[in-house]
Design a protein around this ligand. Structure first.
Ligand code: TYC
Length: 112
């Protein structure tokens, strides 16, 4: 028996042209939900401190959530979105607000 490995037979291997990996990761929307108890001021604070919106943009998103029931705070990759949701939930609990935050796949960013 030979001490050397079998020679590799490359005849059966299909050669594929190298392609750069261009696929974008799936994105998720982080949503705030309206409630009757969380103060408008606290929601604006959340949107500025956790989502880095300007005071004007934060007030606009807060009013959208207040009037429509839910609204998008931002769109992120999965782990970043999960962290934002945790930060909102924890900050709201610390301040005794029932503010709810959730995430959903951003269908607009699928495919393409
Ligand atoms: N509806 C609340 C109020 O009138 C304000 C509010 C806005 C609460 C957005 C939650 O995600 C929210 N005080």
């Amino acid at each position: 028996m030979s001490d050397y490995p079998e020679p590799i037979n490359n005849d059966d291997l299909a050669l594929e042209t190298a392609r750069p990996k261009l696929k974008r990761p799936p994105l998720y929307r982080v949503l705030l939900l309206n409630d009757d108890y969380t103060t408008m001021e606290f929601v604006i604070d959340v949107l500025q401190s956790i989502f880095h919106h300007s005071e004007e943009k934060a007030a606009q998103i807060m009013m959208h959530v207040h009037q429509k029931g839910a609204g998008v705070c931002g769109v992120y990759t999965r782990e970043v979105a999960e962290t934002k949701v945790e930060q909102v939930v924890q900050y709201a609990q610390q301040n005794q607000h029932p503010l709810q935050c959730t995430m959903e796949p951003d269908s607009d960013s699928d495919g393409e």
